[in-house]
Design a binder for this molecule. Structure first.
Ligand SMILES: [Zn+2]
Ligand SMILES: [Zn+2]
Length: 346
């Protein structure tokens, strides 16, 4: 079933028509486990990468890099999923692992576990995602002339960052290309032999893009408007109790992986992101979401999944990615797309 975001509980532009002027569309990506091909928009799928083009590597010294091998992380995942899918009594309070599975999981997670080491050679970047303009309506305004495909790779270690020295997360690389230029696709695409955390390793997901309308984070609005919104929320809460929708979590900013839209600063206050090359205020391009977020935005099938007893809970959503507490975001320069992007987290 195609995931669809429920209608907002109410239209915020009816009590506050001035918000219409700052409405912005975002494309929610709705990643779901699947088997994307290099031709598809995806998270964690193969990239449409030319066979004759070198795969990017991280230039940092890896002598002391420790983490987890991707195949080990995937093996862990398979064991957990198989155990959850096994029939068990409705009142069982344990997932029915076999003794062998329990021993293998303990070996991977207990304190005696030795992290995997890497030999220190340059690490191939990890393919995180790719998005075609044809699939993601809000991508077109960002695409430099002559391009229609955005590819996102990252180094699966923190603290190697070139794009955002002020933010401590995986170092991302954004690459635009024209899909039609890729004649022969690189097979056996490289993968780093070790990642710092398994939450930096995406599960392959296909996308179900859906456009929604967003309104700015309150700090971007005039103070007197925010005061009126606060008063309106207070009055609504008095009538409807805790179920009353709120501006921040129900009516303005959508949670989840998305392209475009407005940036949320719910963990901090607004911290405008400026281009390091020209000083222009940058614009939100990509939000990498760690799961959670306002429940009113959950599609019907997501709300069901929460209660599916045959599947382990997707702690960080279907992608398995968590690079920040809530969101890890790429901002780009609206004045010149060749200026380096910056990352920011919430
Ligand atoms: Zn690196
Ligand atoms: Zn700039």
């Amino acid at each position: 079933m195609r995931p669809t975001t429920p209608y907002r509980p109410l239209d915020i532009t009816i009590p506050f028509p001035e918000l219409r002027a700052c409405a912005r569309t975002a494309t929610l990506l709705h990643p779901r486990r699947g088997t994307p091909t290099a031709a598809d928009s995806s998270v964690g799928g193969p990239l449409l990468w030319p066979a004759d083009e070198a795969w990017p590597v991280c230039g940092e010294a890896y002598g002391r890099a420790r983490g987890v091998r991707p195949e080990r992380a995937r093996r862990y995942e398979r064991i957990v999923e198989a155990a959850w899918a096994r029939p068990r009594p409705a009142d069982a309070d344990h997932v029915p692992y076999t003794d062998a599975e329990r021993a293998e999981l303990d070996e991977m997670t207990c304190s005696g576990y030795q992290p995997d080491r890497h030999d220190g050679s340059p690490l191939p970047l990890l393919a995180l995602a790719q998005f075609h303009v044809r699939d993601v309506p809000d991508l077109a305004v960002f695409a430099p002339p002559g391009t229609d495909l955005l590819q996102v790779l990252w180094c699966p270690f923190r603290g190697h960052d070139d794009a955002s020295p002020d933010d401590y997360g995986p170092s991302t690389r954004l690459l635009w290309r024209r899909a039609a230029d890729v004649r022969e696709v690189l097979t056996d695409q490289p993968e780093p032999p070790v990642v710092e955390r398994k939450e930096f390793l995406p599960n392959p997901c296909v996308l179900f893009p859906e456009q929604v309308v967003e309104y700015p984070f309150a700090d971007r609005l005039p103070g007197e408007l925010v005061e009126r919104i606060d008063a309106w929320e207070g009055a609504l809460r008095e009538r409807a109790g805790d179920a009353a929708p709120g501006y921040q979590y129900d009516l303005s900013l959508a949670p989840g992986w998305k392209i475009g839209g407005w940036d949320s600063w719910h963990r901090t206050d607004l911290m405008r992101v400026y281009c390091g090359a020209c000083g222009t205020e940058m614009r939100l391009l990509l939000t990498i979401d760690s799961g959670g977020g306002g429940r009113s935005w959950l599609s019907y099938e997501e709300a069901q999944d929460v209660w599916d007893p045959t599947r382990p809970p997707d702690l960080y959503g279907p992608t398995g990615i968590s690079a920040a507490r809530d969101e890890y975001r790429a901002f780009v320069c609206p004045a010149d797309p060749s200026h380096p992007h910056r990352m920011s987290s919430q």
